[in-house]
Design a protein around this ligand. Sequence first.
Ligand SMILES: Cc1ncc(COP(=O)(O)O)c(C=O)c1O
Length: 319
Amino acid sequence: MEGTHAAEAFASGMAAISSVFMSFCAAGDRVVAVRQLYGGTYSLLRDRLPQYGIRGEFYDLDDYDGIERALDGARMLYCETIGNPRIQVADLPRLAELAAAAGVPLVVDNTFASPILCRPAEHGASIVLHSATKFIGGHHDLVGGIVCADDDVLGPIRRWGRDIGATLSPFNAWLGLRGIATMHLRIERSSESALKIARFLEEHPQVDAVHYPALDSSPSKQLCDRLLGGRGGGTLAFEVSGGRERAAKFQDALELVTAAASLGGIHSLLVHAASVTHTQLDESELEAAGISAGFCRLSVGLEDADDLIDDLERALART
Ligand SMILES: Cc1ncc(COP(=O)(O)O)c(C=O)c1O
């Protein structure tokens, strides 16, 4: 589906990501990454890899000059197609150009977009990976990861995963194949509903900001049109006014939407970023990543979009 020659399944998204880093890098190597990443990937690069002498360096998604300079002598460039947590679209062709000029691979986490919205290998990525726990599985009942690349690139990653036992279990592989059969329908439906919800939230007086790439107001709109066919995917973010306490109450007042981490499945899930997905970041890192006290991420499932809007409206009114 990603258009690469091969793919290898791993026990989780993080098993896939760490296997890419560990099989590619040795002590003394440097990974250049964009800052807008899933919190687990960020802390792997910031805290864990330095224990093995591998350094992660972070640059804003659109700091092309900084990235270009940093790539000199680096081992790889790493980003997400749709970046956590502000749902920003990466300019993959431009990043691929910078990586190619430096002679390093561009590695793209395509979890949020799925191969239905975007195939990063067509834009110059050498390695595309997924947390299959999300849209690929699609039903909140498996944990898995996939790395897609051409065979010569995939070989060492595959061997690393097998050597450390990070391979996917047979039952989770079966659940993943079950999920893939409906992925195109789920992505279309959740993208449609997410846009409707984003437009509703944009007009709501108790919502300070909405982040969704298919909105006309989004700074990512042009990239969304160019790279994602104008569809924003099933994940959006918004900032509830009134700070951390209000956001926590709002989360508790939801009835149809479940307050839970993860995304990309049949049920709608909401997380308050500062207390769930990005706990690894301190106050200044939260600010640098653009995560305010009321910042919530909503993964839109397959429920009726109007029912979801009613639920959000009720919860905002109650808090
Ligand atoms: C973009 C992204 N990549 C990777 C992961 C990690 O995946 P897993 O939970 O399957 O280890 C997540 C988890 O939320 C994610 O959102």
